[in-house]
Design a protein around this ligand. Structure first.
Ligand code: PLP
Length: 381
């Protein structure tokens, strides 16, 4: 089966992990700070906080911004569950902003309309989480302008967008947000097995996220209320154990060297799909001239949604590991039980009905792509 996405791990990556295994520290050693520094440098941001998943990063990002009971967090329905669940972990509630039918990202027109309505009833969001779906950055200038006007925080869920760019900024530099979150799951752009990271330019937010990452405890002598001796630490918040191990950090640091080349490879693969699928009765993904997608996913849409299952099953039967991103979060049973209903976010539902994700990853061979294209052409001819 040709997978829809998979990691690339080199001999150099393996050596990096093995050398940590032979070192003094398997966790809480010197490699994580080096990885954080390297990501911060790559993005051009002041602080990077590595954690054991993007899900954890979203959780501590919400906590750092003060999300709690009585607050509302808005995100896109076209995302992985974690972008919405993070608000529920904090005791806040979630609502959704429908997607733009062209980019499949949060629609700024829908956001504007929903903000006006929310202001009237006094239920403005505490935080909005735009998701850079498929690696293509959202309309961040517009979202940042709304955050100023309405006073909400912004967390970019850039799980798909490691290595992406928006206008003259790098995703992760937090030019238009408080915090940006990356995922290093193996299907994403670079991997640490499980792993994630949050970037910010705010020293206060970085400090709070570091506290929440490790039990809410500090040993920073300058910050301690008392000093009972060299062993002394204090718990300041109800934190978690969300730490990234040294093994994972070493893998991430080694993987990071390939990031630009891998995103470039994804662009070449996407260019070829664009060319060789152009005449089929499907909608190809939009690419916008003012931003550079990391191209985590290549999603096609069938014109007749009724055929999606048939085409999907035929591709799987032919050894093409297609997938679907995403089942709109508000249609999940858990969210239905919270009161959401089908039909509430129609663009995301219509999009979902016809979407298929084709295989695309940095190590994909030209031969594998030829097979995907030929199989799809035969099915849709
Ligand atoms: C993968 C993903 C996550 C969760 O990432 P993990 O590192 O697996 O926790 C969150 N949001 C989006 C959009 C994702 O694709």
């Amino acid at each position: 089966m040709i997978p829809y996405g998979r990691q690339s791990v080199s001999a150099e990556d393996i050596d990096a992990v093995v050398s940590v295994l032979q070192s003094d520290f398997l966790t809480q050693g010197p490699v994580l700070p080096r990885f954080e520094e390297a990501v911060a440098q790559y993005c051009g941001v002041a602080h990077a906080v590595g954690v054991n998943s993007a899900t954890s990063a979203l959780h501590i990002a919400c906590l750092a911004l003060g999300v709690g009971p009585g607050d509302v967090v808005w995100t896109s329905p076209n995302t992985f569950l974690a972008s919405a669940n993070c608000a529920l972990y904090c005791g806040a509630s979630v609502d959704f902003v429908d997607i733009d039918p062209h980019t499949y990202n949060m629609s700024v027109a829908s956001l504007a309309e929903k903000l006006r309505a929310a202001r009237k009833v006094g239920k403005l969001p505490k935080v909005v989480i735009p998701v850079h779906f498929s690696g293509q950055p959202c309309d961040m200038e517009e979202i940042a302008a709304f955050s100023q006007e309405y006073g909400f925080g912004v967390i970019e869920d850039a799980s798909h967008a490691v290595g992406a760019g928006y206008k003259d900024t790098t995703i992760g530099d937090c030019t238009h947000s408080d915090i940006t979150v990356f995922s290093f799951h193996p299907v994403k752009i670079i991997t640490t097995a499980e792993g994630g990271l949050a970037t910010t330019n705010s020293p206060e937010l970085a400090e709070r996220m570091r506290l929440f990452r490790s039990h809410g405890m500090t040993r920073d002598r300058a910050a301690l209320a008392a000093d009972e001796g060299p062993w002394y630490y204090e718990q300041r918040e109800l934190g978690y154990n969300y730490r990234l191990t040294e093994l994972q950090a070493a893998l991430g640091l080694s993987q990071l060297k390939n990031l630009d080349a891998w995103v470039e490879r994804r662009h070449r693969l996407a260019d070829r799909y664009d060319r060789e699928l152009a005449d089929l009765p499907i909608r190809l993904p939009a690419r916008l001239p003012d931003r550079r997608s990391a191209l985590h996913l290549y999603v096609i849409r069938l014109n007749q949604a009724a055929h999606r299952r048939q085409v999907f099953e035929a591709l799987r039967a032919a050894g093409i590991g297609v997938n679907v991103h995403y089942i709109p979060v508000h249609t999940q049973p858990y969210y239905q039980a919270l009161g959401f209903r089908r039909g509430q976010f129609p663009e995301s539902e219509t999009y979902y009905d016809g979407a298929i994700t084709l295989p695309m990853y940095s190590a994909m061979t030209d031969e594998d792509q030829t097979k995907v294209i030929a199989t799809l052409r035969k099915l849709l001819a």
